[in-house]
Design a protein around this ligand. Sequence first.
Ligand code: HJL
Ligand code: ZN
Length: 189
Amino acid sequence: MSESWSGPVKMWDGPIPPAEKPDPNNHLQYMRLALDQAQESPPKPSNFRVGALLVDADTGAILSRGYTLECEGNTHAEQCCLLKYAKEHNLPEERVGEALPLNTVIYTTMEPCNLRLSGNLPCADRIIRTTSLTGKRNIKKVYLGVKEPEKFVGENQGRKKLEEYGIECIHVPGLEERILSVATAGHEQ
Ligand code: HJL
Ligand code: ZN
């Protein structure tokens, strides 16, 4: 007679299958995760709901996540990513580059800003000022889901400015509709 199992459902007792490895070339996968972040942001009529990630492009590891208004005050998604990573490494935001890997990239659902109605420092400048201790810029690329709609500041020059400083900006296609509907939830129609 074959042995019969009468206890609770038997759990897998073999080796634990390896977790899916992050793939630094799967840009859409990271953009989806950035969009998940955007959905955490509270709707507000005077800005966009954006999500962002800092990723080590050599390993695919996610270093930090952020969304609009996550951190204290009037904060942007990209700014929150930098702030949170800086805090984890006991650094002020402006010195976050001292702790970032040399091949860091940002995924953001929306092109980083270059002008803020509040007068706060734009994210393009926050990204540009981020350098390692040896003065090398370690945020090498920005992957963006959509260009900023012309609603608050006219045409956003964020991408142009970043490119002027040698930071490559790459559009990741495929999620535009979803990104814009999340970004503008809470706006007057
Ligand atoms: C990006 C964000 C965010 C915006 N853009 N890339 N990430 N909120 O987290 C851009 C928009 C500004 C307005 C309002 N939004 O944010 O142009 O109040 O939010 O300084 O200009 O300015 P404040
Ligand atoms: Zn910004």
